[in-house]
Design a protein. Sequence first.
Length: 404
Amino acid sequence: MNDTPGWTSPGSAPSDGQDGSGVPGPPSSTDANGSAAQWSKDQPPAGQWSPPTDRTPPPAPGQNRGTQPSGVHWGRPPAAKPGVIPLRPLGMGEILDGAVKTLRTYWRTVLTITVTVAVVSQIADILAQRYLVPAPPEINADATPAEQLQQSLDSAQASLIGLGPALLVTMMASLVSAALLTVVISRAVLGRPVSLGSAWQEARPRLLQLLGLTLLLAAMTVAIVTVGLLPGLLLGGAPGVALTFLGGLGALVAVVWLMIRFSLSSPALMLERRGVVPSLKRSAKLVRGSWWRIFGITVLTQLLIFVFAMIIAIPFSIIGFAVDGEGFSGLLSGTTTAFGWPFLIITGIGGVITSAITYPISAGVTVLLYVDQRIRREALDLELARAAGLPGYGPTPGTATVGG
């Protein structure tokens, strides 16, 4: 008798315990290291996906399909849908639609999160651009080739320094919004609303580990790019340029492969309460065998987000140029190297609108990809249906269950 309420362990054995026939093994309540994986109180455990078991049996001999009893339907019954997605393996359109539905259905909570984070990040970005970013050095057209090379290096260094504050602000904003939105989307799958306060309570204990995960992925990217570019830069000359190009191309491929492989580590960390390294391993197991599919959905999502961002950013940039005519004319004449406050404020408003819409779409696709992979491998659809209290799926969490 098991009278412990709440969720059981998710178990990662079905993700990697497959035999040569490709049939997943039985679910387990421990991960690859033998430790029990813990879910938050509102998250479901894992299992192994299987088609619904309430199909209608074939007709008896002598009975044709047209005389079957009333209410009997042939084929697979429609999947349950307590929230924003049907509880079955998802297609690409359903994943995108689920992310948009989350924004539309829970817009008060979602926009409160994204607008707040976007406003804070845009203010910090504007202040950094105005006061922290160094002015690029002037280029002397009469300089010798060696001096021109040094000026170019100084200009590139100034640009990198200028990107630093913006990248740091963007990373922190994305981290906080991703943590909160992961909680919201995980509840939206069950059809349960969540307030900003409860989302913050659920996400706050995981923020430090999520920061560590983000920094680790960034460090891996920098290390791979450095290893790819350094030999060619040290060699120099025409061979060095060719080697740098080849090394950079190889580094890009390696970075993309790793980022997709570890793309589900953030929801694994948030929803399964795993550590940084176990979350990376969990993501690698879930992505295994589905890399190209996840890559395609991720690229398409980012392309759509980029197009939407350009649709918003271009009009605001034009308005900013029109209002801040002095800064624009100064840039053209070379008398100034920075935009004025009107341009920064107007484009900042456009950035807030863009971020408020794109943050939940991007986070929604990532979380729903994670849910989809677990449905395909671990019968998470059955546990989600049970968690949502749908009839016919056993006792809901929080009630006594009978165990073997």
